[in-house]
Design a protein around this ligand. Structure first.
Ligand SMILES: C[S@@+](CC[C@H](N)C(=O)[O-])C[C@H]1O[C@@H](n2cnc3c(N)ncnc32)[C@H](O)[C@@H]1O
Length: 309
């Protein structure tokens, strides 16, 4: 789960035990893998990645108590939680799902993913979030009888700039924000963004003046945000009257917000509608849509375009 670059314990003997453990795991011998990891951690008890991996192996063995103990050891050694320990503890029912996604985890995930991101999403997962957002924004503007162009677009969780590329023909300026500096660097090289910031989208929105954007886009980003009401409230404040907020989310058949098996949030329709209303945003497009496929299957989601009244 965590980035491979952080796998070394700094001790050759512990690293070797870890490698043997991974070989045993690959052979399906989870008991041997757990024993070898415990040996590695006796040599390198400070090693967060080692404890995290022990937690994963214990979880796979079905020993949830031992898994939770190992995950908590990992968290003690890395309180920023770049490995996503809280997500695993949430899967075990030990912490609430809403608090489980940490900025350090998302940042580490995308710092690692950045060089492969576009090929993996476009070719591997048939990702088309920006395209379906543009098409929905075009429909919303047509229904309003307004032209399809915007002065100031803000791209939340801009990543490598795929949405910027798709929206560039209809936006005079595009600013972006993303947690991952490596993703932002790729976006910057495309030369289509004005200001690009590295940071959390909620904090970024909170620092922007009222009515300073005409279009806010969040393509495949709210899957990392449990509570959308405060974010959409800020997006509503930052939008000019008549401005649009367009985003995609993953969804599920139940109620509320859940953490899915892919360690991303899925929002049910009623919580989305409540969050939009809290932000003073009125949906113009609210329809089922899928931005990408996973294991060959379309991932269920919602496509939303809302107007600031
Ligand atoms: C699946 S990618 C989508 C990137 C881009 N919007 C696109 O359509 O290609 C999700 C992006 O959201 C960013 N992200 C997730 N949570 C964030 C947050 N709270 N603040 C800023 N960026 C965030 C990640 O770093 C990652 O680059």
């Amino acid at each position: 789960m965590g980035p491979q670059a952080f796998r070394s314990s700094g001790d050759l003997l512990a690293d070797r035990r870890f490698d043997y453990a991974m070989a045993a795991k690959a052979d399906g011998d989870l008991t041997a893998a757990a024993d070898l990891l415990v040996q590695a951690l006796e040599i390198a008890p400070h090693w967060a990645a080692g404890w995290f991996t022990l937690g994963e192996v214990e979880m796979a063995r079905g020993d949830h108590g031992a898994a939770a103990t190992a995950f908590r050891q990992a968290l003690d050694r890395d309180p920023t939680d770049m490995f996503g320990v809280q997500l695993m503890l949430a899967r075990l029912g030990e912490v609430g799902a809403a608090e489980a996604m940490t900025p350090a985890y998302v940042t580490a995930l995308y710092e690692d993913y950045a060089p492969r991101f576009e090929q993996a999403l476009r070719e591997g997962l048939a990702y088309r979030g920006p395209e379906i957002l543009l098409e929905a924004v075009a429909r919303a503007r047509a229904a309003l009888g307004r032209p399809l162009n915007f002065d100031r677009m803000l791209d939340l969780g801009c990543g490598t700039g795929l949405a910027g590329e798709v929206f560039a023909p209809i936006a005079s300026t595009i600013d972006g924000v993303d947690l991952s500096g490596r993703m932002v660097e790729i976006a910057r090289r495309k030369g289509i963004y004005g200001r690009l910031a590295v940071g959390d989208l909620a904090a970024h929105l909170a620092a922007l003046p009222d009515a300073s954007a005409d279009l806010v886009v969040a393509a495949d980003v709210f899957i990392y945000c449990a509570a959308l009401a405060p974010i959409l409230a800020e997006a509503g404040r930052v939008l000019s009257p008549g401005g649009l907020c367009a985003f995609t989310v993953e969804t599920h058949d139940g109620d509320g917000v859940i953490l899915g098996a892919g360690l991303r949030y899925a929002h049910a329709a009623p919580v989305l509608r409540e969050a939009l209303a809290a932000g003073g945003l009125r949906p113009l497009v609210f329809e089922p849509a899928t931005t990408r496929r996973e294991a060959g299957q379309p991932v269920p989601g919602w496509l939303v375009v809302a107007i600031r009244g």
